[in-house]
Design a protein around this ligand. Structure first.
Ligand code: AR6
Length: 180
C-alpha cells in the first residue's frame, strides 16, 4: 500500500527490514545500545560488527525517545538510525509521547543527514509490548505530520514483520488519509 503526503511517499510492506534498500533503516534499539533480539538482533547480525564498533566509539547510551546514527556496515542501507521506543507499562506512563518522540528523533536525524528514504519497523511492538493498534496510530500520524511540515524525507517505508501488523497499519493509514 502506498500513499502520498504533500508529495512524499509513505509505503507499507510486509517483510524483513534488513533487506530494505532505503538510504537508512531504523533500528528498534534499547537505551544501553546493546544488541538484543528482534529487529536489533537482525540488523547487527546482517550488518556485521562495524555497527557496534561505531556505536561504542561515539555513543554511551541513548535515552528513550532519542536516536543516534551509524553507517550500515554490510546492509544494503547506507545508514542505521538507532532509536529507542518506550517499554509499554499501562499506556498512562508517558508511552504515547515517548513513542512519538522516538519516531520524530529518527526523522530529524534523517533530515540532518539529508536522507531521501528511510524504512521503519513498528517500534516498541515486539519485546517492548506496545499494543499494535495504538502503536500504528502514533507511528503513522507522527510520520505524516512530519512530512507535511518538512516535505522530507521523500520516501518512508514501514516494514511490518507480521501479516496481522501489516493489516492493522493498512487500516490505520486508510482511516488517517480519509479523515483529512
Ligand atoms: N524486520 C521488520 N520487523 C521486524 C523484524 C525484521 N527483521 N524482526 C522483528 N520485527 P522488537 P521493540 C518486528 O522486539 O519492541 C530488542 O531486544 C516485531 O514483530 O524488535 O522496540 C532491542 O535490543 C515487532 O512488531 O523491538 C530492545 O531491547 C517490531 O519489529 C528491544 O528489543 C519491534 O519488535 C526493543 O523492543
Amino acid at each position: 500500500m502506498k500513499v502520498y503526503i504533500d508529495g512524499c511517499e509513505v509505503e507499507l510492506v510486509q517483510g524483513d527490514i534488513t533487506e530494505q534498500e532505503t538510504e537508512a533503516i531504523v533500528n528498534a534499539a534499547n537505551e544501553e545500545l546493546i544488541p538484543g533480539g528482534g529487529v536489533d538482533g537482525a540488523i547487527h547480525r546482517k550488518g556485521g560488527p562495524s555497527i557496534l564498533e561505531e556505536i561504542r566509539s561515539k555513543y554511551k547510551r541513548c535515552p528513550t525517545g532519542e536516536a543516534v546514527i551509524t553507517k550500515g556496515g554490510n546492509l544494503k542501507a547506507k545508514y542505521v538510525i538507532h532509536t529507542v521506543g518506550p517499554i509499554y507499562k499501562d499506556g498512562k506512563s508517558g508511552e504515547p509521547e515517548l513513542l512519538k518522540k522516538a519516531y520524530q528523533s529518527a526523522l530529524k536525524l534523517a533530515l540532518d543527514y539529508g536522507l531521501n528514504s528511510v524504512a521503519f519497523p513498528a517500534l516498541s511492538t515486539g519485546a517492548y509490548g506496545y499494543p499494535i493498534k495504538e502503536a500504528a496510530e502514533i507511528a503513522l500520524k507522527t510520520v505524516c505530520d512530519f512530512l507535511k511540515k518538512h516535505k522530507a524525507p521523500q520516501k518512508i517505508v514501514f516494514v511490518l514483520w507480521k501479516e496481522e501488523h501489516f493489516q492493522i497499519f493498512a487500516e490505520t493509514l486508510k482511516s488517517l488519509i480519509s479523515s483529512k
